[in-house]
Design a protein around this ligand. Structure first.
Ligand code: CA
Ligand code: ZN
Length: 301
């Protein structure tokens, strides 16, 4: 299988990115990624002061997908996420969303046997792993977007449903799409409130194809049982309105529900949730169950 090693890094999704690999549509490939600290924190004694901050938030790629034209809707299937080595977390006073965390720290964590081993002052916990991809996207249309920032192109959405078996839909702005990812987390809750998840190097397997449904509002995510709209904005108020509007557009324009039916269903069985509140833009998602749409005869994406 074709793969890109973690030496082919970029730090911003930009229109002029140069591809490091070309794949066919439907061809599986692997991206090897460093953690968001570029694997610089190896022990609990490695502090943030030791970091080369120019290396923060590396992504691997970009990958050129043959036959992809500007405007094409791409389905990015996440086939597999293999964690490499240990995970690491930091606390950074002044960052994150918890005002009571005032002491900088680095904590390296074991992630074997399907669990994250988390020591606390009151005892050790084993937390079930839920690997996910924090930074994933395509080259944006005109502006260069640092990897730490989310947007319509994808980027640092930190959505913990972007994991194995999920399909992410994004619109290509350039030939080949120019796909890349980084910032894998072994585990992260909604919000990413202390400023990071269990940051982990990884090897992730993808497959990308052009699909119909050009009107699909992006970024859009599909899991085994849910459709999910994703929106990022400067405030959570703007982001949640966008996420709601995008799901509404999906249900009316693509599924074919009249407005009031879509509205009632969204209010009854839809879930508005935070992805993250710690990046330069806030990311919020709206989740809607597939089962009721299939019951209504929707054929799926
Ligand atoms: Ca992130
Ligand atoms: Zn991260």
């Amino acid at each position: 299988m074709k793969q890109v090693s973690d030496t082919h890094l970029f730090y911003a999704f930009s229109p002029d990115m140069q591809p490091v690999l070309t794949v066919s549509q439907g061809e599986e490939f692997i991206l090897e990624t460093r953690d968001c600290f570029a694997n610089q924190l190896k022990t609990n004694d490695d502090t943030l002061d030791d970091l080369d901050w120019t290396q923060i938030n590396p992504a691997t790629g970009p990958v050129f997908v043959e036959g992809v034209k500007p405007g094409d809707l791409l389905r990015i299937d996440i086939k597999h996420i293999e964690l490499i080595g240990t995970s690491v977390m930091t606390t950074i006073p002044g960052s994150g969303a918890i005002s009571g965390v005032t002491e900088a720290s680095t904590l390296v964590l074991e992630n074997t046997g399907g669990v994250l081993a988390l020591p606390t002052a009151l005892g050790d916990l084993k937390l079930e792993l839920k690997p996910m991809i924090g930074v994933i996207g395509l080259a944006p249309e005109s502006e260069s977007v640092p990897n730490g920032t989310p947007g319509v192109h994808g980027g640092n959405m930190d959505c913990n449903l972007i994991g194995e078996g999920a399909s992410l839909y994004l619109r290509a702005a350039h030939e080949g799409g120019l796909f890349g990812c980084g910032d894998i987390h072994a585990l992260m809750g909604d919000g990413e409130v202390v400023v990071c998840g269990a940051e982990t190097p990884a090897r992730s397997t993808f497959e990308i194809s052009v699909v119909d449904y050009k009107a699909l509002p992006v970024p859009f995510l599909e899991t085994d049982d849910r459709y999910i709209s994703i929106a990022s904005a400067a405030t959570s108020d703007e982001a949640y309105k966008q996420a709601i509007d995008q799901m509404f557009d999906f249900l009316t324009d693509i599924v074919g529900l009249p407005a009031n039916d879509a509205g009632r269903l969204m209010s009854l069985i839809g879930d508005l949730r935070f992805c993250q509140v710690v990046d330069p833009l806030i990311t919020i998602r709206f989740e809607f169950p597939k089962a009721q749409l299939l019951e209504l005869g929707f054929a799926g994406l």
